[in-house]
Design a binder for this molecule. Structure first.
Ligand SMILES: [Zn+2]
Length: 353
């Protein structure tokens, strides 16, 4: 049985820019298909799987139905055309800081053609040279002419950073750990034993461009409650950690439970339930300070007649860059906290009044 580490490696190395998630989707399906009762791919490309509660069917009917979400997609690039010198015009898909791009190795299109992000010669740049913008950059795949580039790559194909996953001393680095770490956590939960609740697993598309897959998945599942499993920034190195940057999390301190982001509020009953479960079972967790960012919770909460939702994330350094870094024990303890908390979820916990 492949470990969380092995699964994370394959998931991180696969390319799945928003809207182009098929390679990641195939890996997920292969890893969960023998461990769920129902599995389908919806019209947008979300993987929707159901793992029913333990026990006889009559009793199952009264079980809480919990949606567990992790997004398949990653930030990356889209090819916009070729320049006369054979280099490729491109733009970002999702939030990427232009300043980190020059000199980075990338893989382009379904054929994973190697390329390097190059800078236009300095005499062709205008404006403030201290700030390089993505428009000043091009992907060099070694093509000698526009026609050679066009025969290798088509407009609309995507590209990702070419980072190989590595793991050492309990740490792991790779591209797209946002949110392949969450995918690996959700896979781990699905491959585990049945729980006293119905698990409605959604591996969703297009989170990085507007939480679109999760909105559709939540509508389809119409769950009683939901957990968005993601990766969240850890600015836990000097000087940020002394400057009290918020929101912030720390590697090695367990999953980050959200209370509020720029776009959503976690359900306070679920926040309390997750904390109570963590305390009772001595599972590590940390509370992510309010503010900034967002997860698929923002797409799930308003679905149907409303879904009580909490976000729980693996803390990660350098998100949306060529290589982010996590501690594997944080991914494992995220799986443990989510599994044990949803296993103890009952209707009285979700009852109003
Ligand atoms: Zn994410």
């Amino acid at each position: 049985m492949p470990s969380l580490l092995t699964n994370l490696k394959h998931l991180s190395n696969a390319n799945g820019v928003s809207g182009d998630e098929s390679a990641v989707r195939s890996i997920v399906i292969g890893l969960i298909k023998d461990h769920v009762d129902d599995l389908r791919v919806d019209t947008l490309g979300n993987v929707l799987a159901v793992k029913r509660a333990q026990g006889p069917a009559a009793r199952r009917a009264r079980r809480v139905r919990v949606m567990l979400d992790a997004h398949l997609d990653e930030v990356g690039f889209m090819i916009f055309g070729a320049n006369s010198d054979g280099s490729l015009k491109f733009r970002a898909v999702g939030g990427i800081d232009d300043r980190i791009l020059p000199g980075k190795a990338v893989l382009v299109g379904p054929g994973r053609i190697p390329g390097v992000i190059g800078v236009k010669p300095i005499h062709l740049l205008d404006g403030d040279l201290s700030v390089l913008k993505i428009e000043d950059l091009a992907i060099d795949i070694g093509a000698a002419s526009e026609s050679e580039a066009n025969s290798a790559v088509t407009i609309g194909q995507t590209a990702t950073f070419a980072t190989e996953f590595r793991a050492w001393n309990g740490a792991a680095s790779g591209k797209a750990l946002d949110d392949r770490a969450g995918c690996a956590v959700l896979i781990e939960i699905l491959r585990g034993p049945r729980l006293p609740v119905d698990l409605l697993a959604a591996f969703t598309v297009q989170e990085e461009v507007g939480l679109r897959g999760a909105q559709v998945a939540a509508h389809a599942f119409d769950p009683d409650a939901a957990v968005a499993i993601d990766a969240t920034p850890a600015n836990d190195l000097p000087p940020a950690i002394e400057q009290d940057v918020s929101p912030n999390t720390r590697l090695g301190h367990g999953p980050a439970i959200y209370v509020m982001t720029r776009h959503d509020l976690s359900d306070p009953r679920l926040v309390k339930h997750f904390m109570t479960t963590g305390d009772a079972l001595k599972l590590p967790y940390q509370i992510r300070q309010p503010g900034g960012g967002g997860t698929n919770a923002g797409g799930i909460i308003p679905a149907r007649s409303g879904v009580p939702t909490v976000s729980v994330s693996v803390p990660a350094r350098y998100l949306h860059s060529p290589a982010s870094l996590i501690y594997l024990k944080d991914a494992r303890s995220t799986a443990a906290l989510v599994r044990e908390s949803v296993a103890r979820l009952t209707y009285p916990i979700l009852k109003r009044g």
